[in-house]
Design a protein around this ligand. Sequence first.
Ligand code: BTN
Length: 255
Amino acid sequence: MDSEKKLNTEKIKNVPGRLYYKEACESTNLDAKMAESVPDKSVFLTDFQSKGRGRVGREWTSPSGLGIFMSIYLEPELFPYDICNLTLVSGLAVQKAIPKSEIKWPNDIILSGKKVGGILTETSAEGGKISRIIVGIGINVNNESFPFELSEKATSIFLETGIYEEREKLISHILKEFFSMYDRFLKEGFSAFKEEYERKCITIGKEILIADNGGNKIAKAVGITEKGELVTECDGKTEIVNSNEVSVRGLLGYV
Ligand code: BTN
C-alpha cells in the first residue's frame, strides 16, 4: 500500500486502552469480537476492509486508505436497551467531530443530505451476559467518487468540502468526543444526551417512510424515547419504532 495512504498510528491520540492496527483485514468489528485479552476501551483500526459490515446485513464499502474503519472495544455492564442508546450516543460523538454534519435516526451521519458515515454496534455474550460491545465506525473521508449505485446517497468529507482531511486527526477527535461522552453515559444514562440528540437528528419533524417486514408506511417522526426508539405519528395514532425492526427514509430522498 502507498505509504502516504497508510495511517500513521503515532499520530493517533485519545486511546485509553490499546491501539490495534492492521494494514488490511476483513472487518475491524470481526477482529475486535474475536480478539483475546483485550483491555477495555481499546481501538481497532485498519486502512482496508475486504468484508466491511454495515447495518441490517449490508456491506460497508471500505476502499484502501480513503476512509476511517474503526472499532471501539468496550466491556461495560449494560442492559440490552442501553446498547441501542450507546449506538445513538456514538453517532452523536461522530457528528460532533465532523463540522456541519447531522444525524439520520438511528445513527447515519449525514453531510449535505447524503450519508458520510455509519455505526454498527455488535455484542458478544458469555453465559447469557453481554461481555463485550463493539462500536464500529465507518466514515467516508477522502473518497473522490463512489460506485454508481451508491452515488445517489453516499458522500465523503472531501466531496463536500473540497479539502483532504488528515484521517489521524479526525480519528483522534472522534475518540476524544466518544470517550468523554461514554463515561458520562455510564454515569447518567441516555437522558443526559436525549435533548442534544433530538436537536441534531434531522429525522425528527419529518414525514418518513418506515419499512418493515409488513411493508412500507408513511408517518411523521416526532421524537425519541428514553430507550432511543423513534416516536412516530400516523392518522392521529402514536407508534414507537425500534431500529432493529425497521429502516426509515425521507419521502423525497434518502434523508
Ligand atoms: C452502517 O451500515 O451505517 C454502519 C456501517 C459501519 C461500518 C464500520 S467500518 C468499521 C467497522 N467494521 C465493520 O465491518 N463495520 C464497521
